[in-house]
Design a protein around this ligand. Sequence first.
Ligand code: NAP
Length: 290
Amino acid sequence: MVQLGFAGLGVMGARMAGHLLRAGHRLRVWNRTPAKADGLIESGALWCDSPESLAESSDIVFLCVSRSEDVSELVGRMAQASRGGTMFIDHSTIEPHVAESLHGDIRARQLAFLDCPVTGGEKGAIDGTLTIFCGGEKEHFDTALPFLECYGKKVRHVGPPGSGQKMKMANQIAVAISVLAMSEALVYAQKAGLSVADTVDLVGSGAGGSWSFANYGPKVLSRDWTPGFAVSLQQKDLSYALASARDSGACLPGAALTHQLFAALEASGRGGDATPALFEILEQLSGGRD
Ligand code: NAP
């Protein structure tokens, strides 16, 4: 039986790991804050005291941590401890050039690395309906696919190392601007004296609709800013996307503007809020709540 390991049991990782367990796989887990593993351990996962001991005992190691530097540090430590042939599958959203360079480092050790960022949010992770963009060697992708399908509804090999992260950058550009589009529509509706609830329902189900309207519109109505996907993570992703765009020569005025507006939320101490809280920044710019 293939031995699986999962490092990084936050909002997304804990849910993905749960799907692997429910599919009947033998799973070891590690998280920097051990208490977040409690539910998985109750469901049958085995606890490892360090990333190194997780790597030593796993054929495939999944990661879902925060930033480029977190992935680089963890993969470096785990690669040192790995037995031959281990595959690392990284679900974090990180810079494409970092994924490319990790792939090179790992290959030099006769190990395998796939960059496999995900989209679909916390709900997609809970429901096991994530879309997963995979960069790396096709034969490694073919080995990983049956495991990724435990929580991915659409799982696609999109090209060589770093391609999964590049696809994720494209996704984050679209998601961020769609949060702005929804927020502008709802602030306009409020100022114009419309029912904001009707606007969420009617505009959200027509040509103006989007994933953001469907999932974040109700959050705006109840002013529920519990993440979900926090502003600080969105800002990380937009800063990676804007840097990657500079490298590739793409011009992204909408992403740059959205990045600045989210910066206003961060500056007011709201980096931990869910991204649709952007509505309240536009509301303030429009003279405040009616
Ligand atoms: P989260 O709930 O904040 O969890 C982050 C996880 O990373 C936690 O397990 C945390 O450990 C761990 N971590 C962070 N820095 C670490 C370090 N230096 N060493 C070891 N562990 C570290 O974040 P999330 O929402 O699950 O997101 C995880 C990744 O998925 C991010 O790259 C994010 O951009 C991406 N993503 C998120 C969503 C979403 O909707 N939330 C959707 C798609 C992609 P502790 O528990 O000790 O803090």
